[in-house]
Design a protein around this ligand. Structure first.
Ligand code: FAD
Ligand code: AMP
Length: 483
């Protein structure tokens, strides 16, 4: 027997799920000297794949298509403003999809390499937590093997919600996963749900020529976004030929030949619509199918989530849960940080995660990004707030780029001067927001950021001016009251 192919029967840590939560936890544990196995069952287009929802069917492929479709829109509508003429702008959807798939393969293959380099064992198959910190793995051939673990991290993530009123057939009615794979641009595209995923995917296909209608049950668009920013987003979306019906609940969707017939109810009563494709983007649910064996004393939380404390400990000693399986925003970077924290705790280190400094981004154009409290939430939490805003229309770099829609808003505490939240709609908001994340993480006061020398010309100067505007000190904006 060659030593190399001998598989261990026990590990210091077994991670179930190889997404951004699970794979990061596995690598971190290897760095700290633990013997680690990560169980992942996903089979991607090119075979078994690590990386989870995020790398395979989430963050990365959606951003690849958002970038491609944005470049196409720029070539069509923006180049002329710069004095650049292009004869006829066209795109090749097959090439666009190929590019996206290559990025996915490059990144998922990269995680596999990192596992090898760090000595993390990838157990391909379905993992199940059994009593006594045993973990069973069932491979694709149906072979079962049970391992002992000193510690277990549950990181099985989430999957799209399927609603009975709009049963998916995988061709005409699809989830976010199917919406990343259309082989041609649908003429008429319906999207149920105006959440982040619905708006991002709606934008992709709208830019490529689909006539997109988004049907959203709630009266308000993006309720988690700061009110002032939300209004601006709504205006900008309207200009982009995206029809959004708010207060409209889908009651039935069915495929009839090559057409999807949708019935929905809004303030005016019963409505109908017809589409060539329909994306169901009504949220996600935890992935806990066949994850737990008999006799586990695991406390569950609402919506099927696993109950955890602030360090991701479950009710079973030595068993942790992270990412989309637990409370908090269901975002890739939150999953990763929780994975790191859980492993640090296992190693006996002091570790904690600051849930007040997690950035959120919507990658439409212009991008929407925020961190911390909205003005409304700050007031509800009893803060006496002061706010400042600055528009990209007065930012030299944004004008130079012909990308000057949007603004930055800063929410601060009157009493302590601390920055409570920053809300951006504008060019590269996803990058600018990180400065606010660092500021909030370091408990910066408004004055701290006011005293920073920002490079000129840069989009980030809008953050500086917004911070100055909190105290009516912006240089490139008229004062709130005439002096
Ligand atoms: P997952 O990424 O879901 O990974 C869990 C893995 O576990 C899966 O691969 C699954 O196959 C595997 N698994 C499950 N059960 C078992 C089992 N019993 N045995 C073995 N393996 C199992 N987030 C962002 O932060 N930024 C974005 O831009 C963004 N865009 C998104 C776009 C789309 C279209 C979607 C769908 C999601 C997006 N998200 C984004 C959300 C992000 O993908 C998730 O928050 C993140 O992937 C959660 O990570 P996770 O590790 O908890 O779980
Ligand atoms: P999110 O959970 O952020 O991904 O957003 C999903 C959105 O879908 C929410 O805003 C829901 O209000 C919306 N939604 C859920 N069910 C329906 C339905 N039947 N018709 C229209 N919108 C829905």
């Amino acid at each position: 027997i060659k030593m190399g192919i001998l598989m261990a029967n026990s590990y210091d840590l077994i991670v179930i799920g190889g997404g951004p939560g699970g794979y990061a936890a596995a690598i971190k544990a290897a760095q700290l000297g633990m013997s680690v196995a990560c169980i992942e069952k996903r089979v991607g287009k090119k075979g078994p794949a690590l990386g989870g929802t995020c790398l395979n069917v989430g963050c990365i492929p959606s951003k690849a298509l958002l970038d491609s479709s944005h470049k196409y829109t720029e070539a069509q509508h923006d180049f002329a403003t710069h004095g650049i003429g292009v004869e006829k702008v066209s795109f090749d959807l097959v090439k666009m999809m190929d590019r996206k798939d290559k990025i996915v393969t490059q990144l998922t293959g990269g995680i596999e390499q990192l596992f090898k380099a760090n000595g993390v064992t990838w157990l391909q198959g379905h993992g199940k937590l059994l009593a006594g910190k045993k973990v069973q793995v069932k491979d694709t051939d149906g072979n079962e093997k049970t391992y002992d673990a000193k510690n277990v991290i549950l990181a099985s993530g989430s999957e799209p919600i399927d609603i009975p009123v709009a049963p998916q057939d995988g061709t005409h009615i699809v989830s976010s996963t199917g919406a990343l794979e259309f082989s041609e641009v649908p003429k008429r595209l319906g999207v149920i749900g105006a959440g982040i995923i619905g708006l991002e995917l709606g934008s992709v296909w709208s830019r490529l020529g689909a006539q997109v209608t988004v049907i959203e049950a709630q009266e308000a668009l993006l309720p988690m976004v700061d009110g002032q920013v939300r209004k601006e987003v709504q205006k900008l979306l309207k200009k982009q030929n995206l029809t959004i019906h708010l207060g409209a609940k889908v009651s039935k969707a069915k495929v009839d030949g090559d057409v999807v017939k949708v019935a929905y109810t809004d303030a005016k009563g019963e409505q109908t619509a017809e589409f060539d494709k329909l994306i169901v983007a009504v949220g996600r649910k935890v992935n806990t199918d066949n994850l737990f064996g008999e006799g586990l004393e695991l406390t569950m939380a609402e919506r099927g989530m696993v109950q955890v404390d602030e360090s991701c400990r479950t009710s079973i000693d030595g068993v942790y849960a992270i990412g989309d399986l637990v409370r908090g925003p269901w975002l890739a970077h939150k999953a990763t940080e929780e994975g790191i924290v859980a492993v640090e705790v296992i190693a006996g280190h002091k570790a904690a995660m600051n849930y007040d400094a997690i950035p959120s981004v919507i990658y439409i154009h212009p991008e929407v990004a925020w961190v911390g409290l909205t003005e409304e939430a700050a007031k509800e939490n009893g803060y006496d707030v002061k706010t400042g805003s600055f528009s990209f229309a007065a930012n030299g770099r944004a004008l130079a780029a012909n990308d000057s829609n949007g603004s930055v808003k800063v929410v601060s505490d009157v009493k302590t001067d601390r920055i409570l939240g920053v809300h951006i709609v504008g060019p590269q908001a996803s990058e600018i927001i990180m400065q606010a994340v660092i500021a909030i993480e370091f408990a910066a006061s408004t004055e701290d950021l006011q005293l920073v020398c920002f490079g000129h010309p840069s989009l980030s100067e809008s953050l500086h001016e917004a911070v100055l505007a909190v105290d009516n000190k912006a240089i490139h904006a008229a004062p709130k009251r005439k002096r």
